[in-house]
Design a protein around this ligand. Structure first.
Ligand code: FES
Length: 675
């Protein structure tokens, strides 16, 4: 290349090099490895190659851009501008030729690998690198002298344009192929799926099809199925929706569904059928909400726990119901959605994320992808709280994982006034440490219960119960106010000094609210249920810390819908999570759903999660003798063995202990001991 060849500098990448005068900007970008999009292969149809040429002096780059450094606007660009409109100052990179030294900016919308910025500062952005891309090609017409098939000529044109030597064509396209080619007058747009070393045409449109294309990210939970419809060229979520998992009629929890499959001939098949129907219903709803064509929804990712995974794939979950909890497969699955009994579009691809272990599912793998403990400099504990808590502990040197059976108490089940998070449910509580009187807020109402207008705002339905985050707060507040002791016992009216502590059978209960006949109390049974759940969670985390040889973690991430609502301080007062500075406890929201979206938008992330899952050290809590020891210590609030120094510096925890005495002795003797 001659020295006098023009120097071209691309921003924002900073890539630079010399190209022969007359080189189109798109070709220069290709040669220099600059990320500049093109769907039409430089035919002036797609405008994906738009660039913003600079002018004048760039002292930083040592370049002065002359007026005539780029070829004048040609007929193709003028036509595109007339019909579709080009933004001022933009040129089509496939048409504009470099004639002199140039500085050229590639705007975000012209980059294939643009970034989707995530709102939370501590997580990395998602780089778009979808598995499905569009390619417009002109195909040679059939020729008697050179016999060849329409499929052969189409693939030849596509291979030449994309460089994908091993490109194939989905069989479902064959019946309509010849009509599509002729309708487009030998020009077509192909959607090409490229993943794990294979490439195939999955959809075809006559002539030029602008897109966009869409993908679906599904979080298949045992209670609810949540889906997000995403535009794969921008990462924008166009619609989100959820429905109850229709398998609930075969059992509320996973083990009852496994037993249903054991006890009933064809039970597993039936559950497979209904969950697939449920996803189909969800897809139809999402397509309707977003107002898109079904044929443009071409990729889907799925995350779920191991039992849901097996039932969704049509595998018998029998072995997951008993030790040693052997998975039929834990590997990532790539197939057509039609293979999974879904009716999205004939070429739509499915990617099911890999499972971590027999009890730690693809949902936890997706959380790991989203929260990336394997890239973290500091030691992070990631907890996805559900009926099973899935727990990850690690940093860039290694990651450990386990699952712990917390049961449904955190979701409001097993709690006397418990309910799902819904309008009317108590979600925040404060208790005055002196008067022992509470005030609270309910979902859907702005005022606190002791503020004017609360009763009117709550309306006729009144206060309906306590949701999961509310029960955590009220018990923690009771602990801080000295109403409940470290062992989980509620004191009597005399012991605590408030008539709100009322006798309840052989124990006491705390009266949170009453309105005429209706009362909401926190019973000792409620506290016991939360103690069991939080002890399971903490023991799992503590076990991983033992394995890692540490007694503290640098930060804690709470994932899941429940994790998004609980207050770190209250969770720590209960001893749900290890002692840690409160500002280092953050919520990740629906991290499993985010992980499914990352796998949808970035094909390299699929490889990353597969590699990570193999590297994660799996701990089976059921066979670890120390789990039980940690569990017993963790039933105390916050903990009978671990000191929680950071928490105790922040929050005064009364050390009184209430002794229930020998049954029914509500005014029992008051003893003092360290709580
Ligand atoms: S590459 Fe399609 S218009 Fe330039």
């Amino acid at each position: 290349m001659a020295d006098q060849d023009p120097l071209v500098i691309f921003t924002p990448s900073g890539k630079r090099g010399r190209v022969p005068a007359g080189t189109p900007v798109l070709d220069a970008a290709r040669q220099l490895g600059v990320d500049l999009d093109s769907v039409c292969g430089g035919r002036g149809k797609c405008s994906k190659c738009q660039v913003a040429p600079g002018s004048g002096a760039y002292s930083k780059h040592g370049v002065t851009v002359r007026e005539d450094a780029l070829s004048p606007v040609n007929e193709v660009e003028a036509r595109y501008d007339r019909i579709r409109g080009l933004k001022p100052g933009r040129r089509l990179g496939c048409q504009a030729q470099i004639l002199g030294d140039m500085v050229i900016d590639v705007p975000a919308e012209s980059q294939v690998h643009k970034q989707v910025v995530r709102k939370r500062a501590e997580v990395r952005d998602i780089v778009l690198s979808p598995t499905i891309t569009l390619s417009y090609v002109e195909v040679a017409e059939p020729d008697m002298h050179h016999p060849s098939s329409d499929e052969g000529r189409l693939l030849e044109a596509l291979r030449e344009q994309t460089g994908l030597e091993a490109l194939g064509l989905d069989r479902h396209l064959l019946p309509s192929l010849q009509k599509t080619l002729r309708k487009g007058k030998w020009a077509v747009t192909a959607a090409i799926h490229e993943d794990a070393g294979t490439a195939s045409v999955v959809a075809l449109w006559p002539d030029f099809f602008e897109g966009p294309l869409y993908g679906l990210a599904v979080d298949l939970g045992s209670t609810t199925i949540a889906g997000h419809l995403v535009r794969i060229d921008t990462g924008e979520v166009l619609a989100s929706s959820g429905l109850m998992n229709p398998q609930i009629r075969f059992g509320e929890d996973l083990m009852s569904r496994v037993s249903y499959s054991m006890m009933n001939e064809g039970g597993a098949e039936e559950m497979t059928r209904v969950v697939r129907e449920g996803i189909d219903t969800l897809v139809t709803e999402l397509i309707g909400d977003a107002g898109i064509e079904r044929s443009a929804l071409l990729d889907a990712t799925f995350v779920m726990n191991p039992v849901m995974h097996h039932l969704f794939l049509g595998l018998d979950p029998y072995e997951l119901g008993q030790a040693p909890f052997a998975l039929a497969t834990g590997e990532a699955q790539r197939c057509l959605t039609t293979d999974l009994g879904l009716t999205i579009a004939p070429g739509t691809r499915a990617y099911v994320l890999p499972l971590i272990a027999g009890h730690v599912g693809a949902d936890a793998a997706a959380v790991a992808l989203s929260e990336a403990p394997h890239r973290s400099d500091d030691l992070v504990l990631v907890v996805d709280v559900g009926t099973n808590a899935e727990i990850l502990l690690g940093d860039k040197t290694s990651v450990l994982a386990c699952s712990s059976p917390t049961g449904p108490a955190f979701e409001g089940a097993q709690i006397s006034a418990g309910q799902r998070a819904a309008p009317g449910a108590i979600e925040k509580v404060e208790i005055d440490p002196v008067t022992k009187d509470p005030r609270f807020r309910v979902i859907g109402v702005d005022q606190w219960s002791n503020e004017p207008g609360f009763t009117e705002a709550v309306g006729a339905s009144g206060v309906t119960g306590i949701c999961g985050s509310g029960i955590i707060e009220v018990i923690a507040e009771m602990r801080m106010a000295g109403i409940v002791d470290a062992s989980g016992l509620i004191g009597s009216a005399d012991q605590v000094g408030t008539p709100r502590c009322i006798a309840d059978g052989r124990t006491n209960a705390y009266l949170l609210w009453e309105d005429g006949e209706r009362r909401i109390t926190v019973t000792n049974g409620d506290i016991r249920a939360i103690q069991m759940a939080k002890a399971a969670l903490y023991a799992g985390a503590r076990l991983l810390m033992d394995k890692r040889g540490v007694d503290h973690v640098d930060r804690v991430v709470l994932a899941g819908a429940f994790g998004a609502h609980i207050s770190p301080k209250h969770a720590m007062v209960l001893g749900m999570i290890p002692d840690c500075p409160l500002e280092k406890v953050t919520s990740a929201g629906n991290a499993a759903g985010t992980g499914a979206r990352i796998a949808l938008l970035n094909r390299e992330a699929r490889q990353e999660v597969q590699t990570m899952v193999h590297q994660i050290e799996k701990i089976e809590t059921a066979v670890e003798p120390r789990f039980q020891e940690h569990f017993v210590a963790a039933t105390a609030m916050p903990n009978a063995a671990d000191p929680f120094p950071i928490l105790r510096d922040l929050v005064p925890l009364p050390d009184a202990s209430f002794n229930a005495g020998d049954g029914g002795e509500h005014g029992g003797r008051r003893r003092r001991r360290r709580g």
